[in-house]
Design a protein. Structure first.
Length: 182
């Protein structure tokens, strides 16, 4: 009867299949890391796009370019200009403007006039436009008045075998700009 000991020693010294076993252990982890890089990159891209949209919206709401507007109608028109700029930027970034939502907590500002500093809902959208609001406080004066635009946008991760799989994350964007005078 033959002894199996030399055969087992020979198998223990062989390394021909080691690369396949190592690849089988490492490749799934590398795949998850690459997927994570891709999805976090997507989230960062959306963050940049919605932040830019909020900045452009605040800028559009701060510059007076409504020749026929006055009083409350003027504030409503400026808010509409801000919302239109946000929606245009979202469409250009290939994002759905209807998915934008009011921020979970509305930014709190002091009003620069008798108007309310709550979100302007006259534009019938989910973008919070607040104007005129006090952006800074300078001792002994009223400070700088401006426009605030804020909203949030959903993003859904797809990372299998993690707690982030199919998790909806809300990415917030806000911008504030000083109101320009005529």
């Amino acid at each position: 009867m033959r002894s199996f000991a030399p055969l087992f020693r020979k198998l223990a010294r062989e390394t021909l299949g080691a690369e396949i076993a190592e690849a089988a252990a490492v490749l799934p982890l590398m795949f998850l890391i690459l997927l994570g890089i891709f999805w976090f990159g997507q989230a960062f891209s959306i963050y940049g796009a919605i932040t830019r949209a909020a900045q452009d919206g605040a800028r559009a709401g701060a510059v007076p370019y409504c020749a026929t507007c006055s009083g409350t109608n003027m504030l409503s028109q400026y808010a509409t200009n801000a919302v239109n700029a946000v929606q245009t930027d979202l469409q250009l970034a290939k994002l759905d403007p209807t998915l934008a939502q009011y921020p979970t907590t509305q930014p709190v500002f002091n009003s620069c006039s008798s108007a309310s500093s709550t979100c302007n809902t006259s534009a019938s959208t989910n973008v919070c436009v607040q104007m005129p609001v006090q952006l800074t406080t300078i001792s002994g004066s009223t400070g700088v008045c401006g426009v605030s635009v804020s909203f949030r946008y959903p993003f859904q991760f797809w990372l299998p075998f993690t707690t982030l799989n199919n998790q909806k994350v809300w990415i917030a964007a806000s911008a504030r700009v000083r109101i320009e005078s005529h």
